[in-house]
Design a protein around this ligand. Structure first.
Ligand code: FMN
Length: 186
């Protein structure tokens, strides 16, 4: 069937049409108490009551193993000036390198979970592993949010102020963008 006004793309690339999305760092702990983090773009809010979010993680990631072992994790939202760190945490594995030691990011003790958070993050969600659901080549890690905090001045009326909070978003490949001006529906 012919389709007017659109260009068809392969089904396996369809997820690109849902980008840009925040590039966060998911942090967990190894059995020796050493922190590791990985960049993730496939996160989504799931429920408000209870507060649930999810991250889709490939089972071969070291992070997947650590979240299962620790039973918790933190989701760290980044400012656009941390793009080099997002790239490092998203291209090297904690199986081989200590990413925190190799970067300027600091793993700081969290309030409610064993996994630390990133001190330099714009915002943090502390999560307990609520459930994991095997789906295709990624596993949906569902986290219950136990604590959430944000750097002062980043929010206006309960939502990010886009003039101040330049949330790092992954466009695809090596491309990143950040939010532009707010568009208010009149
Ligand atoms: C911008 C960006 C987004 C990514 N998003 C995800 C994701 O959502 N899920 C995933 O499993 N891997 C994702 N990755 C790949 C992991 O971050 C990468 O494989 C990382 O090295 C895994 O680290 P680990 O082995 O220490 O857990 C992403 C990478 C980048 C650069």
């Amino acid at each position: 069937m012919s389709l007017e006004g659109f260009t068809r793309i392969p089904r396996s690339s369809a997820y690109h049409l849902l980008h840009p999305r925040p590039a966060v760092i998911v942090v967990s702990l190894d059995s020796n108490g050493k922190p590791n983090g990985m960049t993730a773009a496939w996160t989504t809010p799931i429920s408000m009551k209870p507060p649930l979010i999810s991250v889709s993680i490939a089972p071969r990631r070291y992070t997947y193993k650590l979240i299962k072992e620790t039973g918790d994790f933190t989701v760290n939202v980044l400012d656009a000036n941390l793009v080099a760190e997002a790239h490092l945490f998203g291209t090297r594995s904690g199986r081989r390198v200590d990413k925190f030691a190799e970067s300027k990011l600091t793993a700081e003790k969290s309030l409610k979970v064993k996994s630390p958070h990133v001190k330099e993050a714009l915002a943090v969600l502390e999560c307990n592993l609520h459930r994991e659901i095997e789906l295709g080549d990624h596993i949906l890690i569902v986290g219950e949010v136990l604590e959430a905090y944000v750097k002062p001045g980043m929010m206006k009326r309960g939502i990010y102020d886009p003039k101040v909070a330049k949330v790092l978003m992954h466009l695809g490949g090596v491309g990143y963008v950040t939010v532009a001006d707010e568009i208010i529906n009149p």
